[in-house]
Each structure stands twice: as structure tokens, then as C-alpha cells.
Design a protein around this ligand. Structure first.
Ligand SMILES: NC(=O)N[C@@H](CC(=O)O)C(=O)O
Ligand SMILES: [Zn+2]
Ligand SMILES: [Zn+2]
Length: 428
């Protein structure tokens, strides 16, 4: 099959490309890019006038739940949902059951992802065996199978000793240790950010220092061993400053933030809706604005969804027993384009850097350049199309989103990865 993507604004900041161009794709490869390509050359034509054609978006942080959590999501539904949201690559966190802590299970995940044939799945191996925080998992063997990072996500790396060993172990493989920064001694039975709203609502708070203490610990260890630390779902102003300072000292520290921590704050908990419950919790307005500053000044490397599907019964319950986490693939582009591009005037190039170029670099992807002779790896989005988010269109099995019914400006339109094409639909 030959596909022609016509009339899009092709934007690839990594090679300084910003031009209205047509793209011809044959057998999954880009064979021609030029100002006007004859329609007769293609079997199928997508006219994407008014849309941005960007290198495929890469999500550094997602939970696909397989094996073990298939009632919430499978690798197939997760990878399909990712493509419907505009992602061509997603990193799968290892908190499955059994946990992704050995070569055999990494192979299983990759086989299932290949059979599914949607977004490419990049597995992240556990730091410790069974994520118990006692001894290192078989990291070397997992690297051979294709893990792109290690993380005990859902939990912090348990001890300074383990952080040190894990960072040292990763140096020859040149992969990051991805940290879920939460000091568990400070977060027991807590449900939301500690502050004005937790006091007002009478809910037990998760203090911002629970995150900051672990970020500080890890930065100290990382500067000592000269490793590569990546902070996951960073949510506080203080942690952001720690990362900013580490970067200014030339240390190798990268970080991601989620669309929900950029868009929402802890005041939304007044609704008592369990779809506002996640880890880290939605923070104060001051923290949220600091994160937007971090987007503007370059401190933040990537936007990652932390797509965390849960079955309905784990959310349809009292707030203090609800599961933490929300789905994110299919709302990321509308939330980010509406907020960062339209409301904060952040250039589209910077958004593409945060959602494609930088995350692709972190997991060392070769694809993604919009050039003749390269594999087609594209995210097409319409920045001016308004959508009312409607989970009925979602490909994810789960429905735990706080963005249902929200009207947002910006929508994914088409995702292309090789021969895999998906026309996106996330709302009306
Ligand atoms: N973010 C969450 O609230 N939950 C994640 C775990 C995690 O990312 O820490 C999950 O696996 O459900
Ligand atoms: Zn986490
Ligand atoms: Zn996570």
C-alpha cells in the first residue's frame, strides 16, 4: 500500500524542518517528501490541511498491566490506546504481576506487543527482584532482551545502597534509573497533597517533602557515582529546583512531568472524585505554575502520561480506598495543546521536543526523523480542532479519567508507525 499525507505543516525541530509538505509512504517507509506529490501515486490519501505533522510521540511512562492486570488493560488494548492518542512508542513500567524483573518476562511482553501490532512497546525492567527493594534484578540479561531503563515504579528504590548499586550497574549500558520519588514513611494512608485543601476536606495529606527527600537522596548518590538519574512524574517546585541545580552542575539528571500535574491542582479534590487520586498527588497551584516555568526554561525534559488504567470497581468507591492513577494516552495531546500551546503560548517546537525528540533520545530511538528513506514514524495533530473528551471512543479498556466531558482545543488526528496507521478519535 502507498499512502500520501497531503498539505500538513511538517515540523521536526531536531532537523530544523518547518514547511508545508506532502509525504509519500510505501511499505512503511518514507519514499518522498516534497511540496506537491501527485495524488495518483498513492492508494490512500490523507488530506491533513491545518494539521501539524511531527515525528512520532514517545511516552516514557505507562502501565500496560499485562501480565496479571488484564482486567484493567492488556498490551494490545494499551498499545492501541496509545496509537489512538498519537503515540508511536510507549515505555511499559514493570509493576505487573509477576513483575518484569527477568529476561523471560521481558521477552513475553515484547512478543505480545509485536503480535498486537500497534504502538511499539519499550519495556522498562525492575530495579530489584519482585520490586522488593532487597537485591538487584537481572538487569544485564534484561538489557540484552531490550529494556530501555530500570524502575521500581509504584514504589521508590528502597534504599540508598540499592540506588547506588543500580546507578553504577547501569553506567556501561547507558540506560537511566527511573525513580518514583516517594518517601513511604511520609505517605501511609494518605490520599491527596498535604496543604490547604487536605485540611479543608479532612483528608490525610501526602506532603511535598515525601517527593523532595527521595529526589535529593538520588541526586546526591547520582553525583557521587556519575550515573544517569531520571525522575518520574515530578510534581513539586522544590524537586524541580533540585533537578535544575543538578543540571547546572553538569550532572546527568533528566525528568518528566505528566499532563495532569500541569493541568490540574489539589483544589479539584473538592469534588471527591476518585479520578483526581494518583501518585504523586495533584499538587498546589504554586507547584503547578512552577512546573509550567520548568517547561518554559528547559528544565523539564519530557512530558509522560503515567497512563495507569484501573478496573471500575477500584475507582467507584470511597476516596480513601480508591486505587491511585489515571489513564492518559488519549487525553495527553488535547490537554497539552490546549494548556501549553493555546493558554501559555509555548511554541509547538518545544511541545514536540517534550513529547517526541527528548523522550526518543532518552530511550535511544533511531527512528522518528521525517526524512526520505526513514521508517514512517509520525504523529499528526490538529492544534485548532476542539474536542469534548469522550471515553466512549477510547481504545483503552479503562475509563478512569478526570478529563471526561472537558472541551479542549487540540486533537490527535493520525498516527503512523511503519505500515501501522490509526485515525485518532478521542471526543466529539
Ligand atoms: N501513578 C499512579 O498513581 N499509579 C501507578 C503507579 C505509579 O506510577 O507510581 C499505577 O501503577 O497505578
Ligand atoms: Zn510512580
Ligand atoms: Zn507509573
Amino acid at each position: 500500500m502507498k499512502y500520501l499525507i497531503k498539505n500538513g505543516q511538517v515540523l521536526d525541530p531536531s532537523i530544523g524542518l518547518n514547511k508545508n509538505l506532502d509525504i509519500l509512504i510505501e511499505d512503511g517507509m518514507i519514499t518522498e517528501i516534497s511540496e506537491s506529490i501527485e495524488e495518483s501515486k498513492a492508494d490512500k490519501i490523507y488530506d491533513v490541511k491545518g494539521c501539524i505533522v511531527a515525528p512520532g510521540f514517545v511516552d516514557l511512562h505507562a502501565h500496560l498491566r499485562e501480565p496479571g492486570g488484564e482486567r484493567a488493560e492488556t498490551i494490545e488494548t494499551g498499545a492501541m490506546s496509545a496509537m489512538n492518542g498519537g503515540f508511536t512508542h510507549v515505555c511499559a513500567m514493570p509493576n505487573t504481576s509477576p513483575c518484569m524483573d527477568n529476561a523471560a518476562i521481558i521477552t513475553l511482553v515484547l512478543d505480545k506487543a509485536r503480535d498486537a501490532g500497534y504502538a511499539e512497546v519499550l519495556p522498562v525492567g525492575a530495579v530489584s527482584k519482585k520490586r522488593e527493594g532487597k537485591e538487584l534484578a537481572s538487569i544485564g540479561e534484561m538489557v540484552q532482551k531490550g529494556i530501555v531503563a530500570i524502575s521500581d515504579d509504584g514504589l521508590p528504590v528502597a534504599t540508598s545502597d540499592l540506588v547506588k548499586k543500580a546507578l553504577e550497574y547501569c553506567i556501561p549500558f547507558n540506560i537511566p534509573l527511573m525513580e518514583h520519588a516517594e518517601d513511604l514513611t511520609l505517605t501511609k494512608k494518605a490520599v491527596m497533597n498535604e496543604g490547604f485543601y487536605s485540611t479543608k476536606l479532612g483528608l490525610k495529606g501526602i506532603p511535598s517533602i515525601a517527593e523532595d527527600i527521595i529526589v535529593a537522596r538520588d541526586i546526591i548518590v547520582n553525583s557521587y557515582v556519575k550515573g544517569w538519574l531520571h525522575i518520574q512524574h515530578l510534581s513539586t517546585e522544590f524537586s524541580l529546583n533540585l533537578v535544575r541545580e543538578a543540571k547546572s552542575r553538569g550532572e546527568r539528571v533528566t525528568c518528566e512531568v505528566t499532563p495532569h500535574h500541569l493541568y490540574l491542582n489539589d483544589s479539584y479534590l473538592e469534588s471527591f472524585d476518585t479520578n483526581y487520586i494518583m501518585k504523586p498527588p495533584l499538587r498546589s497551584e504554586k507547584d503547578r505554575l512552577a512546573l509550567i516555568e520548568g517547561i518554559k526554561d528547559g528544565t523539564i525534559d519530557a512530558i509522560a502520561t503515567d497512563h495507569a488504567p484501573h478496573p471500575n470497581e477500584h475507582k467507584n468507591c470511597e476516596i480513601d480506598i480508591a486505587a491511585f492513577g489515571i489513564i492518559g494516552f488519549e487525553t495527553a495531546i488535547p490537554v497539552i495543546i490546549d494548556l501549553l500551546y493555546h493558554k501559555h503560548g509555548i511554541p509547538m517546537e518545544r511541545i514536540i521536543e517534550l513529547m517526541s525528540i527528548n523522550p526518543a533520545k532518552i530511550v535511544k530511538l533511531e527512528e522518528g526523523r521525517i526524512m526520505e528513506g526513514k521508517k514512517a514514524d509520525l504523529t499528526v495533530l490538529n492544534p485548532d480542532k476542539e474536542v469534548t473528551i469522550n471515553p466512549d471512543y477510547f481504545k483503552s479498556k479503562a475509563r478512569n479519567t478526570p478529563f471526561k466531558g472537558l472541551r479542549l482545543k487540540g486533537s490527535p488526528v493520525l498516527t503512523v508507525f511503519g505500515n501501522r496507521f490509526m485515525e485518532c478519535r478521542v471526543g466529539d
